[in-house]
Design a protein around this ligand. Structure first.
Ligand code: NAD
Ligand code: MG
Length: 399
């Protein structure tokens, strides 16, 4: 514990501080500066934003993943007379995640890049606020085992999983007593009503224009393909130890209900709120207490209707691909995630069409060996090979 703070305050390390979740986390933390002390902040390349966050929150450590950008950050902080120490590379990320003075870790790096530092936080028994769903998709069994063995406190930040957590009887991941079904809600994204024939011409701007949430670009595209919901299906399976067959994806365009748990006695319990990630973040920070998040109150009288509809696998083939991976060997979920990351990056760089994303994922799933994986090295080996396959297919489909 940092001795300059009151003994009641918790040291928080935010992995991916410059992203959408990172910025929202700092917003909530700042409202409770008596309870939380910002210990470390990390970013990939965004020196300007990490620098201004350091100026404001005065962390003990800042980590720049990119070595060259780390040098720039050191220079800027030095000129500003800052006492923040700068580290770099993935070793720096792992070091702050597992640091003995870190009490709480917000894991908000996007994609597979967040795997090692999230696992490090689990291994060192932290209170782990998990936004980085990709790490759980890649390493589900291993991740949950590390959480258990090291008494980490795992709190889901993905809004649906946070809602499920809140709707489970004892509010703890891994507990699913009496549960008949989990309804995983989805907005359907910005392309829910686009004519099917127009999907191949969807632009990056259209795919990233989410109706309810302002998110990073990768998860925005995942929401448009609904691969996000596919990843979340796998995430829910591991977090709550519920068979994939017991999880149903439901489109709920208003995004007021953030998911539901149906019990054997006929009860259906849900969590509602305005779509603002500061609610699950504040919940994770304070659990089992509640703190103010800055989110506007839900106005029931003006909320209007709540609609529900099934998710169309024909329009959203990524859901079926994720279901296939979830029902298969471990390597398939890793390959699903890796190939999707390559395909989404290709789409964001305008190398392929929107409709090529599921095609690339499908071809990679057909190519990888379906096998069980044990440790991180095996996980990373499957991730590597799936990326190689995906890049080759992407090259062939380049426009
Ligand atoms: P973002 O793109 O806005 O931010 C990503 C963060 O990760 C940035 O700080 C960036 O510097 C860092 N980063 C990127 N690549 C990195 C690398 N190679 N090494 C180290 N750091 C790297 O993403 P986001 O929308 O904040 O999403 C973060 C995670 O939270 C994702 O896993 C996403 O699925 C999940 N999530 C996001 C939302 C949301 O509303 N944005 C909701 C639910 C879950
Ligand atoms: Mg979500």
């Amino acid at each position: 514990m940092n001795t300059s703070q009151s003994s009641a305050s918790q040291n928080i390390t935010i992995l991916g501080a410059t992203g959408s979740i990172g910025v929202s986390t700092l917003d909530v933390v700042q409202r409770h500066s008596d309870a939380f002390n910002v210990f470390a902040l990390t970013a990939n390349t965004n020196v300007e934003l990490l620098f201004s966050q350091c100026e404001r929150h005065k962390p003990q450590f800042a980590v720049m993943r990119d070595e060259a950008q780390a040098e720039r950050l050191i220079g800027k902080l030095k000129s500003a007379g800052s006492a923040t120490n700068v580290l770099s590379g993935s070793e720096g990320l792992d070091w702050v995640a597992g640091h003995e003075e870190t009490d709480v870790v917000m894991a908000a790096i996007v994609g597979a890049a967040g795997l090692q530092s999230s696992l490090r936080a689990a291994e060192t028994g932290k209170r782990l606020l998990l936004a980085n769903k990709e790490s759980l998709v890649m390493s589900g069994a291993l991740f949950m085992r590390k959480v258990q063995e090291n008494n980490a406190v795992l709190l889901p930040i993905d809004s649906e999983h946070n809602a499920i957590f809140q709707s489970l009887a004892n509010g703890a991941p891994g507990y699913a007593g009496g549960v008949a079904k989990i309804y995983l809600t989805a907005s359907g994204g910005p392309l829910r009503e686009t004519p099917l024939a127009d999907l191949h011409g969807v632009t990056v701007e259209q795919a990233c224009a989410h109706p309810n949430w302002d998110m990073g670009r990768k998860i925005s595209v995942d929401s448009a393909t609904m691969m996000n919901k596919g990843l979340e299906l796998i995430e829910a399976h591991w977090l709550f130890d519920v068979p994939v067959q017991q999880i149903e994806i439901v489109i709920h365009p208003q995004q007021i209900i953030h998911s539901m748990v149906a019990y054997h006695d006929g009860s259906v319990v849900s969590q509602m709120g305005n779509p603002d990630m500061r609610t699950p973040i504040a919940h994770g920070l304070a659990w089992p207490s509640r703190i103010d998040s800055g989110v506007t109150d839900l106005d029931l009288m003006t909320m209007g209707r709540l609609d529900f509809e099934p998710a169309d696998r024909h329009r959203f083939p990524c859901i079926a691909l994720a279901e296939e991976a979830a029902n298969g060997a471990d390597s398939l979920s890793i390959a699903l995630n890796a190939s999707n990351e390559i395909a989404v990056e290709g789409f964001l760089n305008e190398l392929i069409r929107f409709t090529d994303i599921p095609i690339i994922v499908e071809k990679v799933l057909a190519q990888v060996d379906a096998q069980a994986v044990g440790d991180v090295d095996e996980i990373l080996a499957v991730d590597d090979i799936a990326r190689i396959y995906a890049r080759e297919i992407l090259r062939q489909r380049q426009i």
